[in-house]
Design a protein around this ligand. Sequence first.
Ligand SMILES: NC(=O)c1ccc[n+]([C@@H]2O[C@H](COP(=O)([O-])OP(=O)(O)OC[C@H]3O[C@@H](n4cnc5c(N)ncnc54)[C@H](OP(=O)(O)O)[C@@H]3O)[C@@H](O)[C@H]2O)c1
Length: 283
Amino acid sequence: MQTVKLNNGVEVPILGFGTFQITDSKEAEQAVIDAIKAGYRHIDTAQSYMNEEAVGKGIANSGVAREEIFLTTKIWVENVSYDGVMASFQRSLDRLGVDYVDLLLLHQPYNDVYGAWRAMEELQADGKIKAIGISNFAVDRAVDLAEFNKVTPQVDQIEINPFQQQAENIAALKEEGIMVEAWAPFAEGKNGIFQNEILTTIGNKYGKSVAQVIVRWLVEQDIIVLTKSVNPDRMAQNLDIFDFSLTDEDKAQIATLNAGASQFFSHADPAMIKWMAGRRMDV
Ligand SMILES: NC(=O)c1ccc[n+]([C@@H]2O[C@H](COP(=O)([O-])OP(=O)(O)OC[C@H]3O[C@@H](n4cnc5c(N)ncnc54)[C@H](OP(=O)(O)O)[C@@H]3O)[C@@H](O)[C@H]2O)c1
């Protein structure tokens, strides 16, 4: 598997397996086992996905050593403070059944991100986390965090898909040395993405699916791609993207699909911030 290097030298498999919305514990454990069997060595979960225990069991029962897997979890909003990170990170480790994670992210740019970041810096210095990062942070918030702390975030995990391409933000984050990860690369199927005519036509040229065209388009930008599927055939399909390349014309066609807006919600919407502030996920 192709890897990318973070600003602290940590290597990350460029394709990761996402576990959002796989809440049934048997299904989540099986999905992780199937994903590792398909070839994934990078698994993405979060406190708020309510499946850390099942994800940990899947890794433990996969037949692949823990050290071979790049494991990410995320701190939910209610725990974003110095004490909140210290206490809830230990709960995440316990639920996952591991003694370190490869990447810990602040899931959302809300609450006491400075206190939380200092706790993450300490945990990283203690060797309990290999890399630390943020998610859903706009570039200005990412730079602000980097400028007033010791460690520049190693990663920002943001929504990127053909309808929300984020080219300027990606370039600005990379300029700061922050690696970009794409969540919802398929926009969770919204807006007819799997039937999209432009993506289908490009895929047909190479004998590839719409999903494969999207993953390839992201990998060619050196973006880490997180895809979710509970179907072993689609898991394998989403990994099988290293035997073709997109032309400049293909990329120009994909550029026309950009709507320049989230397919879900704006992280600057006060109503969403209030909704997230009220969600208790680490129970
Ligand atoms: N940091 C954040 O705030 C944040 C937010 C959202 C997501 N994420 C992370 O990013 C990961 C990926 O995003 P996501 O799960 O929201 O959505 P996604 O990967 O864009 O889309 C998943 C959907 O696409 C379907 N699918 C997958 N591969 C397919 C294929 N080859 N052909 C047709 N359909 C396919 C899946 O169905 P089946 O399962 O039935 O195959 C599922 O319905 C998450 O799992 C999570 O780890 C992070």
